[in-house]
Design a protein around this ligand. Structure first.
Ligand SMILES: Nc1ncnc2c1ncn2[C@@H]1O[C@H](COP(=O)(O)OP(=O)(O)OP(=O)(O)O)[C@@H](O)[C@H]1O
Length: 231
């Protein structure tokens, strides 16, 4: 569904990705793992058109999306939950969600269904973005991406900085989305979280995919974990 071939990218003259290859398949969750600075976030930003591609191709369901502006990548069907969450702090929860809904494709995700998924957001509708806890901001960021009615959801470290109880909640919600058949690419530092949600795993090191396999393979292989993840 989302295929990267030989993707090279970076920040200005600083190259970070040196030929990333992976294929995230429809109806499955691909976890992208790797140490800090390996290039995971850079990969997602490049997919979203936030960083220019230096070489390679990115295709979604067979259509090349290289060089597409971020807004159009979202319209093509990729929902993005950035590491920084990027909600609008001066807008209320409702306004943040309305804005996403007005830009989205039509589909099953509506204000009602996202608040059914995250009842907490329903209770906080009139609160400003900056009044939300980290966990509530993460829920809002995911809800906002879902309102685009994406074909594929990509998430950058959704558990970062969250208390264990909220990590568990986010895990259960992503598990629900997975069971409903939503395709996802998940970048995570939390090894247990990522491998319990994923169908497939790709490990990135120094801007390249160095290993692909199943979650159970990598869970069993402590040498691999130590070498590439520092677990
Ligand atoms: N805005 C930027 N300008 C220049 N270099 C950057 C920028 N953002 C990230 N980098 C560099 O790019 C490299 C890859 O960073 P990236 O954020 O993709 O790593 P990551 O695998 O997602 O790890 P992390 O868990 O730390 O986010 C790092 O060496 C980082 O210092």
């Amino acid at each position: 569904m989302l295929e990267l071939k030989g993707v090279e990218s970076g920040y200005g003259d600083t190259q970070v990705l040196y030929g990333i290859d992976f294929n995230a398949q429809a109806g499955r969750v691909l976890a992208v793992l790797g140490r800090n600075g390996a290039g995971k976030s850079t990969t997602l930003k490049t997919v979203m058109g936030l960083l220019p591609l230096k070489a390679g191709t990115i295709s979604l369901d067979g259509s090349v999306i290289n060089g597409t502006a971020p807004y159009d990548v979202a319209r093509a069907g990729i929902g993005y939950v950035p590491e920084t969450r990027d909600i609008f702090p001066s807008l209320t929860v409702r306004e943040n969600l309305d804005l996403a809904a007005s830009r989205g494709r039509t589909g099953d995700w509506t204000m009602q269904t996202v608040t059914d998924l995250f009842p907490r957001l329903g209770e906080r509708m009139d609160n400003g973005g900056q009044q939300l806890s980290g966990g509530e901001q993460q829920m809002l960021s995911i809800a906002r991406a879902l309102l685009l009615n994406p074909r594929l959801l990509i998430l950058d470290e959704p558990t970062e900085g969250l208390a264990p109880i909220i990590v568990k909640l986010i895990h259960d919600k992503l598990q629900e989305l997975r069971s409903a058949g939503l395709s996802m690419v998940l970048v995570e530092q939390n090894f247990g979280f990522a491998t319990s949600l994923a169908d497939d795993v790709a490990v990135v090191s120094k801007g390249q995919v160095v290993w692909t396999g199943t979650p159970s393979d990598i869970r069993k292989n402590t040498e691999l974990q130590h070498k590439w993840l520092g677990v």
